[in-house]
Design a protein around this ligand. Structure first.
Ligand code: NZQ
Ligand code: ZN
Length: 389
């Protein structure tokens, strides 16, 4: 187990009707906030009215900035920064999914910074200050509700880049599983694929003697695998949603990578797909992850055997180690198919004409290879994309 420091400061407020406490939570930080949300799902579901009522009850003034798109755009972040500066706003409340939360985090680091916020996403600067952010989560998926991450798409060149800083852990996140009842089925499945991907990125590690976190990751994966089919069958199954929502937050709140180094190659390859083709992040991961596994399972066959046996119940005695490893990958693909996720680039609507461009963009022309479990250069990435074809 590697040395580590673990400190996740996000206060989680979990359960039915918890969104009605938002005004009270915000009032510890601010009297004037930016209310940031997406394309209108929160109005249709009635959540918007509840949030506004709670803010008014706590005498919190707010200016709204709706319109966050999935794969959130830099231009709206810049608009948000300007609104905060012009109006003396000192808190950003995100109501929505990972895209809204990531956009809110970007605004939060952009407001006190003298340069352009994109500097943070291109390694030109590191944030030293941020406005506090709070969230009400409406989709279990990205884990941004208690993560250090924000992923933003720059429309100028369609670069999708992550930035991580402890400064952007949300101060609080309200997680009411009932808020997920209105999700379109496709988004439920994309969310499940993303949560599994966050777990697998951490699982495939070269760090030794990490049994405790291995087993935590395995049980979190099993929780997703058991409960996502339940919510797809009955979208108002509170108990199953509660499992998925809490597992989704834990999958990405840094607890499960304590003492170990995660990989993150698949995520970075996927960011190229979302950046250029604007596909949903989770769907892109359902395509990339199995191909990544097929490309490099021989790097540590035992780990892939363990994945197959412990997570997918593959019965080891019937197969050779290699067959067992491959069975695990097949089971993962079958799970994605069973929840209507694509597992090929064609299924995502992506042709084979820009693989090299994506591989070069992802590695900065081979200056920064991707991943930690196995380092990937642009040629490897092209090969993985071909396997995903
Ligand atoms: O915009 P609205 O109208 O709200 O609709 C959204 C959007 O169309 C809809 N939706 C969300 N909650 C709903 C709902 N519709 C009905 N009922 C509800 N309760 O779902 C659509 C997708 O929303 P989005 O926020 O894009 O989904 P998700 O949470 O999957 O976020 C994806 C983004 O997060 C980034 C991804 O790259 C992607 O840009 N990630 C962020 C991470 C982080 N900050 O730590 C880590 C992740 O690996 C990921 O990269
Ligand atoms: Zn993700």
């Amino acid at each position: 187990m590697d040395n580590f420091i673990f400190q996740n400061p996000t206060k989680i407020i979990f359960g039915k009707n918890t969104e009605s406490s938002v005004g009270k939570e915000v009032s510890s930080y601010s009297k004037k906030i930016l209310l940031h949300y997406g394309g209108g799902s929160i109005k249709k579901s009635g959540l918007y009215d509840k949030v506004v009522a709670s803010l008014k009850e706590a005498n919190i003034e707010f200016i709204e900035l709706p319109g966050v798109k999935p794969n959130p755009r830099l231009s709206l972040v810049r608009e948000g920064i300007q609104i905060c500066r012009d109006n003396g706003i000192d808190f950003v409340l995100a109501v929505g999914g990972g895209s809204v939360i990531d956009s809110a985090k970007a605004i939060a680091i952009g407001v006190p910074y003298n340069g352009d916020v994109w500097d943070f996403y291109t390694d030109k600067a590191d944030a030293t200050e941020a406005l506090p952010v709070g969230t009400i989560l409406t989709i279990p998926a990205a884990g941004s509700e208690s993560s250090t991450g924000s992923v933003i798409t720059n429309e100028d060149g369609w670069y999708k880049k992550p930035y991580n800083s402890a400064l952007i852990y949300p101060k609080f996140s309200i997680l009411n599983p009932e808020l997920a009842y209105t999700l379109p089925r496709y988004q439920i499945s994309c969310g499940a694929a993303d949560i599994l991907a966050h777990l697998m990125e951490r699982y495939f590690t070269n760090s030794k003697n990490v049994e405790f976190t291995d087993r935590l990751i395995e049980s979190t994966m099993k929780t997703i695998i058991n409960n996502v089919p339940k919510v797809l069958k009955n979208q108002e199954d509170y108990d199953a949603w509660a499992e998925v929502m809490w597992a989704g937050a834990i999958a990405h709140n840094n607890l499960l990578n304590t003492g170990r180094v995660g990989d993150w190659g698949s995520h970075n390859i996927e960011h190229e797909l979302s950046g250029i083709y604007d596909v949903a992040h989770g769907a892109g991961l359902a395509v990339v992850f199995p191909a990544w596994m097929k490309y490099l399972y021989k790097h540590d066959m035992n780990r892939f055997v363990q994945f197959a046996v412990r997570v997918w119940n593959v019965e080891q005695e019937f197969f050779s180690p290699e067959e067992t490893a491959l069975q695990g990958i097949k089971k993962l693909e079958e799970f994605f198919v069973s929840i209507d996720m694509p597992i090929t680039l064609k299924g995502l609507g992506i042709e084979d004409d820009r693989y090299e461009e994506m591989a070069n963009k992802a590695t900065d022309n081979d200056a920064s290879p991707l991943g930690n479990f196995v380092k990937l250069n642009s040629k490897d990435i092209v090969n993985i994309l071909k396997l995903a074809q």
